[in-house]
Design a protein around this ligand. Structure first.
Ligand code: S3P
Length: 172
């Protein structure tokens, strides 16, 4: 079995759903980093941010990523901020095929307004989201092997596009 497939991208770009679908299609283990962090801490991501702060969350995030990448063939769905730390980016690039899922700020705003579990999106307007996406964009671009735009695509279409690209890149 070859490399891991690592999904990165801004919040609410579909990483979780796409990773799950890829796992089903490819019969691979799917690792949802935020779920592991939440299970280990026995609290929601929202509460981890509130009680322990972002740095604590980022430390756990790096640790969970390292563990996920120590295996082969996993489908890893990263939290949107996993690319903030350079050490994480280096690990991803070394041990995985890094797929950036992107979406327009309006799509993110509409998807995110359906749940309030994301501390960094709480009370944010489209313009705030756009600003944060612009700041993050260079980090995502630097980290990614390929980019897939997700606006107007179904989960199955996105999964198929990733599989296609992975085959072209001899990952599958
Ligand atoms: C974050 C994204 C979230 C979660 C945390 C921080 C970020 O994950 O890890 O709220 O900094 O972009 P999703 O991208 O899965 O929403």
């Amino acid at each position: 079995m070859k490399e891991n497939i690592v999904l990165i991208g801004y919040m609410a770009c579909g990483k979780t759903s796409v990773a799950k679908r890829l796992g089903e299609i490819l019969q691979r283990k799917t690792i949802e980093m935020d779920d592991i962090i939440s299970e280990r801490s026995k609290m929601s991501i929202k509460d981890i941010f509130k009680i322990y702060g972002e740095d604590y969350f980022r430390d756990m995030e790096s640790l969970v990523l390292k563990e996920a990448l120590s295996e082969k063939g996993n489908i890893i769905s990263c939290g949107g901020g996993a690319v903030i730390r350079q050490e994480n980016v280096l690990m991803m690039k070394e041990r995985g095929f890094v797929v950036l899922l992107s979406a327009k700020p309006r799509t993110v705003f509409e998807r995110a307004s359906k749940n309030n579990e994301r501390p960094l999106l709480k009370g944010k307007k489209i313009e705030d989201i756009e600003e944060m996406m612009c700041l993050r964009r260079p980090l995502y671009i630097k980290s990614a092997d390929i980019e897939i735009e997700t606006d107007y695509k179904t989960i199955d279409e996105i999964a198929a596009a990733i599989i296609n690209e992975a085959k072209k890149n001899k990952i599958l």
